[in-house]
Design a protein around this ligand. Structure first.
Ligand SMILES: [Zn+2]
Length: 172
């Protein structure tokens, strides 16, 4: 015990009840737990709720643990109607390696704004090179501008190819 100086202000009934589960789990910081304890000591209403929770927890803990039977998975799957199983084919089939999944590209690259801006930059640099006989280093700008769109398209093409391959393999 650390003396009376560090005493916390009392908590309200609402705060007390919101904390009851953590209090019973024993997962609260000690000082917080103490505040709940002090409130329960002085508040008959909250103490009644506390007792109910405690009884519920004890009832739950005294229940026997059930092990699922060994063939549980197989039985659940066998109970799924074949039509439902087929209806889920869409969900099961199209799995592509992560690198081909659209989400694997940074959102910045995928963003239509980035792709459009890149193409505008590339077009601008290309025009400047041709019309104004600009420096050839602008070619890098053309490439850099086209890059986001190119990456997204290349990934899309590869993803499509992988899906086609998978479909053919599934059929064979
Ligand atoms: Zn209370």
């Amino acid at each position: 015990m650390t003396g009376r100086k560090a005493e916390q202000p009392p908590i309200s009934c609402a705060e007390c009840r919101a904390s009851l589960q953590d209090y019973l789990d024993g997962t609260m910081v000690k000082t917080e737990s103490m505040r709940v304890f002090l409130h329960l000591r002085d508040c008959a209403d909250c103490e009644a709720v506390h007792r109910q929770w405690q009884a519920t927890f004890e009832a739950l803990e005294s229940m026997p643990e059930l092990e699922p039977p060994a063939d549980f998975d197989a039985r659940v799957l066998a109970a799924v109607p074949y039509d439902s199983y087929r209806a889920m084919a869409e969900l099961r089939a199209p799995r592509v390696p992560v690198i081909f999944a659209e989400e694997s590209l940074p959102a910045v690259v995928r963003s239509p704004v980035t792709r459009l801006a890149g193409m505008v930059v590339a077009a601008g640099a290309g025009v400047a090179m041709g019309w104004f006989d600009g420096p050839s280093s602008l070619a890098y700008l053309v490439l850099a501008g086209l890059l986001p769109e190119a990456v997204v398209r290349l990934q899309g093409a590869l993803r499509g190819a992988v899906l086609v391959l998978q479909r053919d393999r599934g059929r064979a």
